[in-house]
Unconditional design. Sequence first.
Length: 182
Amino acid sequence: MENGKLIKKKKIFPILHFPFYIKNVPCFIFVGGKSSRFGSEKDDKALLFYKLQYNKCKKIFKNVYFVAKYEKFKNYPFFIEKSKIYAPLPALEEIVKKHKKVFVLSVDTPNITEKSIIKLLQKKAVASDNPLIGYYDYTHLPKIRENLKGKMRIFNINKRKIKINEKELININTLDDLQHLR
């Protein structure tokens, strides 16, 4: 109230300022598959995915890295995984051992939104339909190691799961998938 008048304040939507802990959790974008279902290296046909995922994640995370067997693109930071196995689980173990708390996602899920990434981070969860999108930390190492000895599955490592809109989880694995995305 000002001079006897009730003043309605306009709702101002602040620029998103993320909690400090989110900035300290690095993000790792998995790009290291053989892409045999794609017909050739996905990265040759989908450099756009790299840029899209990287730029999206840089808005949220201080440190963003691509994960692969070798550096696929110059001018982007890479975490070069040591395992000879083409599967995300060995790389996840390396990353979690080194960084303790991480967020991971796949390069071939370009529709995931910043809002969903933040939601997963805040809940320390993974996407229920795609556990390659989500939060992992050192408490998950025993389960990761157990799965490395078995079926190499990433499912059921992080028990916290959140349902994400299925359109955000569309995985581009084939040229046909890419055509449907356009």
